[in-house]
Design a protein around this ligand. Structure first.
Ligand SMILES: Nc1nc2c(ncn2[C@@H]2O[C@H](COP(=O)(O)OP(=O)(O)OP(=O)(O)O)[C@@H](O)[C@H]2O)c(=O)[nH]1
Ligand SMILES: [Mg+2]
Ligand SMILES: [Zn+2]
Length: 323
């Protein structure tokens, strides 16, 4: 708890500092300029200035939590370019890192595009975890089924997507043809979207298809690291010529939600919502209680068994981490 308070205090100081620096900059008292973090490395970051130019900047240790999409102030100093402060985030997608510490993955996004494909085989529970996280962060979602050319071999994938569509999630299918890429492009519009999902589903390939003329195709920043293979290792922002940004992110195997209050899981299941005020107990866990709206809906086939089991999996996972 003491730790938490210190962090909050530090955070407030950083925010106050940012406000002051921004005021100074707009009054012409300093050389601070606004920009966006395009790629973040351990001690440096590529910052896109508002005129579209890219600058490699040093990061001060108190800015170590910056991620792709963050808005910052930066300035040219004698010893090089520096990020001087972080500006407020309008949204953030967070997940625990390998040590269980909650970290932002991307900031200031309007849309989380959850990408799946016939190969590698999709895990519905991973999709559901992203949907819960997006709901908690108040960020819109789009489920994208990529590699449409492989659907003939895997017909259950189309059925999986159809299940999500039928309960009210926005979904789309895309693949190698230009018309599919155009449809994806139209749907993204000028929003800032982060592409997430398992490794190998084609997140970076889709971005390359959306940016046909970009010399950044297949990550110029990380090129040469793994010749022939292009697994994404750090989140990176791409600007769309038609407006808006796409953030590519490294593929993941699992998405821990241990950090969240189990009571917030059910509202993240869109089709559970109409039933949540029908539970007899206000703090109903929807697991064992009598007169539970969710369990009644499950009984009635208004909620699919697979989704309910996925809900239970997430809640039990949180419980097992809270001891
Ligand atoms: N058949 C087919 N293969 C595709 C399609 N899109 C991408 N791929 C292939 O899928 C493989 C993985 O693509 P990537 O774009 O690297 O996948 P990723 O999701 O960015 O993977 P990570 O960066 O590791 O998370 C590559 O061999 C691509 O050529 C598609 O529409 N159809
Ligand atoms: Mg990639
Ligand atoms: Zn209930």
């Amino acid at each position: 708890m003491g730790n938490r308070r210190l962090t909050d205090q530090q955070r407030r100081r950083i925010e106050e500092n940012a406000v002051k620096r921004r005021e100074n900059a707009s009054a012409g008292f300093s050389d601070d300029k606004e920009g966006m973090i395009v790629a973040r490395y351990s001690k440096t970051a590529v910052v896109r200035a508002n005129d579209g130019e890219m600058h490699t900047c040093h990061l001060r240790p108190n800015l170590s939590h910056l991620v792709a999409g963050d808005h910052v102030l930066w300035s040219n100093e004698e010893t090089g370019a520096y990020v001087t402060s972080q500006l407020e985030r309008r949204s953030e997608l967070k997940r625990p890192d390998a040590r269980g510490q909650l970290k932002a993955v991307a900031a200031n996004v309007d849309l989380i595009a959850i990408v799946v494909a016939p190969e590698p085989e999709p895990y519905a529970n991973l999709i559901d975890r992203y949907l819960v996280a997006a709901h908690m962060a108040s960020i819109d979602t789009l489920i994208i089924l990529n590699k449409s050319d492989l659907l003939d071999k895997h017909p259950d994938c189309a059925a999986l997507l159809e299940n999500y569509r039928s309960i009210g999630y926005e979904v789309m299918t895309t693949g190698p043809t230009p018309s599919e890429t155009q449809a994806l492009s139209d749907l993204l519009g000028s929003r800032t979207s982060v592409f997430v999902g398992q490794s190998g589903v084609g997140k970076s390939s889709m971005i390359n298809r959306l940016l046909p003329d970009e010399e950044l195709r297949i990550g110029a920043l990380s090129e040469g690291v793994l010749k022939g293979r292009h697994t994404t290792t750090t989140a990176e922002v791409f600007e769309r010529p038609s407006g808006g940004f796409i953030i590519d992110s490294p593929g993941i195997r699992e998405f821990g939600l241990q950090h969240i209050d189990p009571a917030l899981v059910a509202p993240g299941f869109i089709e559970f919502r109409p039933f949540l005020d029908r539970c007899r107990f206000r703090d109903c866990s929807h697991l064992v209680e009598k007169d539970c709206g969710v369990l009644a809906a499950l009984e009635n086939n208004d909620i699919r068994t697979e989704r309910y089991e996925s809900f239970v999996n997430i809640v039990r996972d949180i419980d097992s981490h809270s001891y």
